[in-house]
Design a protein. Sequence first.
Length: 424
Amino acid sequence: MNQTGTLAISGGPRAVTIDQEPLLRWPQVGLEEVAAILDVLRAGQLSVTNRSGIVAQLEDNFAAYEGARFALGRNSGTAALHCAYFGAGIGFGDEVIVTSYTWLATVAPLLHLGALPVFAEIDPLTLTLDPEDVARKITPQTRAIVPVHMWGHPADMDRINAVAREHGLKVIEDASHAHGSLYHGRKTGTLGDVGCFSLQASKAMMAGEGGILVTDDRGIYERALVLSQSPGRLHQELTDPELARFAGTGLGLKYRMHGLAAALADVQLKKLDALNAVRNANHDRLTAQLAGVAGITPPITAPGCYRGAYYEYRLRYDPEPLGALPVDTFVERLQAEGVLAARERYPLQHVQTLYSDAVLFDEGLPWGIKLPRRRIYNRAGDLPVTESVHARLIALPAFPSAGSEALIDQYARAIKKVVAGSLA
């Protein structure tokens, strides 16, 4: 092997030499965001207690973008999911089918409603909820299914919705990665009964911290309001007499969005499609160069799907073609070449202490609520497909910036170099 082919970990030159920080920097904030923040400060809209001002503006604009009847801005994606679950009528003892391969915010709010997460497998190619395993996990106590559009790829919503209709279940989309993603021409977030988005600073559309839910169902919308809003907005919007009884207090939680966050998100929404197009072009460029490379499978996009945000990029690693080279060793070799590679950063949820039998059923959770003892697939080995795929995922950064072609080409060469060096 000549010097240019010698792996950097063995003393050869690094394959990635470009300064990556300017190209990978996120979020991208410009003068428009600064001007919007100043407008809110001058207007004194720092706490919007009813449906008005910059928060109402964002909600109207996001609802129009999604093609939804209602949008509700919240102070986090976690809060949006909590509101959506309560809005959909999830309560004590109900089972909700979720993926284990997700961020904790998809699952943990269910416990605050006394509901049980039931973990199902993922599709190994799209990394989204497997409809066949969902169907296997349904019991008489099941009330809802929560597909996560992982890394911006829409879940198989036709099949998930078909299962839900057959059993009379709600479908609550976690679209926190999927701002602007499309499923057969329809926006993610509008494919079930209610959809939720995170607007945290790393997301493709960001508010610094924030979240937003969308729905066409006024009942879900009003229940979400009652859970999480102060009296000003409740008196203004509630029409259901049963809910209106609580207009003076709500249910005691305050999840409303900050005015400055709404201003940021409203500007970011205007840029979303253009920024998504850049991400997609960059990721498609990398995927095309990695096609057929031994030991790795780049992400796929299923027919009829558009990834939209393409939140982050994941490779699936197969050690067998590379002489059973451990994934950690492969990642170390990539890192030595200058590739910002890492093992999967999302831990699987079903093996976390919070969902163990001891905590849920015996100790009664940290706040003393003991849930009905049932089989919820929360032990290592319960999800063999998910566990196998998760153990072999390699995380690469998002490539959010125009002008990243040379960096992407260096990444592709670095990956091929490591594969070739590992085959030698």
